[in-house]
Ligand binder design. Structure first.
Ligand code: SAH
Ligand code: SF4
Length: 391
């Protein structure tokens, strides 16, 4: 949200304000601009309740309390995997829409996988989120919130009453836009949240530690490039021929492969940042030699890194993940043809695939229903669908 978007009377989610918007609000309330920085610093620390902003005068706290209507999410389910190193959260916003956020812990980094939409309109047939359809856009504030929730957990060392592992970093170091939804179909929230994350007075993340994954929305890739930050771009290709991609990624009918490849090259040129290709490997669908060869060709031309993710089986999807032999052959073939490629295997294998499945199992049951969560979060120890890219 920018200065001009601030409606003088409407209740405001403070996380939806950029620094200029926050400053405009405080000036409108008759305050000096530096107060905005104080409020912003609280928001970064996860405090959105003006009463708790103890360095503000009481009168200002009261007035902000009247203006702020924080879109505070409630944790309604929490699944843990990898000995406490992966936490998948189902967060429900006040209007009832639920989205997934995943925190992945490593000794040297803490990555949060965030959602940009409740649901998704892109309809990729192997994806749980795609199956559920589009519900609504998330606001920039709701996108930033997910990082705030994860960061607060890391700082306190506790998530939903559980202690995080001792070797967990104490703040978020990486953010991947690989949760529910298509980030480039919600450009205002995606671009504003990237700015928040990158802002030295915000989360102060380097652009390189932010990855935006897209199904290949060409105009959106261009807009992301115009941001002028070397954010890592990951394009979910999944097919190297238009005939197959038209089925696996329906938006390919609007933006076919050649156009997507051209835009990826332009992104690389403009940002000087290597792009990534995501490839969800589906048994007997896109795991053959022809697809491997053409994928290697695209990756080599773009000097892109390829991440292969064996498909995570999803209820209602008839396709299967490929056999381990078939997977190995595919990866080897792409590599032998000169592309740099990673199989997300070790931890990725435990906890792979896209977001969308926690919500699906929570809502639908389907054999792995989470404990019903009324008030407290339901919690279950099981293997989780998560992705983390190789930048
Ligand atoms: N909409 C964006 C970002 C969210 S999806 C995109 O499609 O890129 C994040 C990643 O999870 C994408 O690469 C997507 O193709 C992948 N994915 C979706 N469903 C999956 C499944 N069942 N198994 C493995 N990967 C999956
Ligand atoms: Fe949407 Fe990405 Fe799922 Fe496709 S894979 S339906 S773009 S979330």
């Amino acid at each position: 949200m920018t200065t001009t978007d601030v409606d003088p009377d409407a209740p405001i989610d403070p996380y939806a304000l950029d620094p200029a918007g926050l400053e405009a609000l405080l000036v409108e309330l008759g305050e000096r601009p530096y107060r905005a920085r104080q409020v912003h610093a609280w928001l970064v620390r996860g405090v959105d309740e003006p009463e708790q902003m103890t360095d503000l005068p009481q009168a200002l706290r009261t007035r902000l309390g009247e203006r702020f209507a924080p879109s505070r999410p409630e944790l309604i389910a929490h699944a843990v995997a990898d000995d406490g190193h992966t936490h998948k959260l189902l967060l429900r916003f006040p209007d009832g829409e639920a989205i997934e956020t995943v925190l992945m812990l490593y000794p040297d980094r803490a990555t949060v996988c965030i959602s940009t939409q409740a649901g998704c309109a892109m309809g990729c047939p192997f994806c749980a989120t795609g199956q559920a359809g589009f519900r609504r856009q998330l606001t920039a504030g709701e996108v930033v919130r997910q990082v705030v929730v994860a960061d607060a957990a890391l700082r306190s060392g506790i998530i939903d009453g559980d202690h995080l592992p001792d070797d967990a970093p104490d703040h978020v170091t990486n953010v991947v836009y690989m949760g529910m939804g298509e980030p480039l179909a919600n450009l205002p929230a995606t671009l504003a949240s990237v700015r928040w994350l990158h802002d030295p007075d915000g989360f102060n993340l380097s652009a390189r530690s932010i990855t935006v994954s897209t199904v290949g929305l060409v105009p959106g890739i261009r807009r992301l490039a115009e941001l002028g930050l070397p954010v890592t771009l990951a394009v979910s290709l999944h097919a190297s021929t238009d005939a197959l991609r038209d089925d696996l990624v329906p938006i390919n009918r609007t933006h076919p492969l050649a156009e997507v490849e051209q835009e990826m090259a332009a992104y690389r040129q403009r940002t000087n940042r290597r792009v990534s290709i995501e490839w969800c490997l589906i048994g007997d669908v896109n795991d053959d030699a022809q697809q491997a060869d053409r994928l290697a060709g695209i990756a080599s031309r773009l000097r892109a890194h390829v991440n292969i993710i064996p498909m995570n089986p999803t209820p209602g999807v008839r396709w299967k993940e490929p056999t381990p032999e078939r997977t190995r052959e595919f990866v080897d073939r792409v590599r032998q043809r000169g592309a740099s490629v990673t199989l997300r295997d070790t931890r990725g294998r435990d906890a792979d695939a896209a977001c969308g499945q926690l919500l699906a199992s929570y809502t639908l049951g389907a054999g792995n229903r989470l404990p019903a969560a009324v008030g407290a979060a339901g919690r279950v120890e099981r293997r989780l669908p998560v992705t983390e890219p190789e930048a």
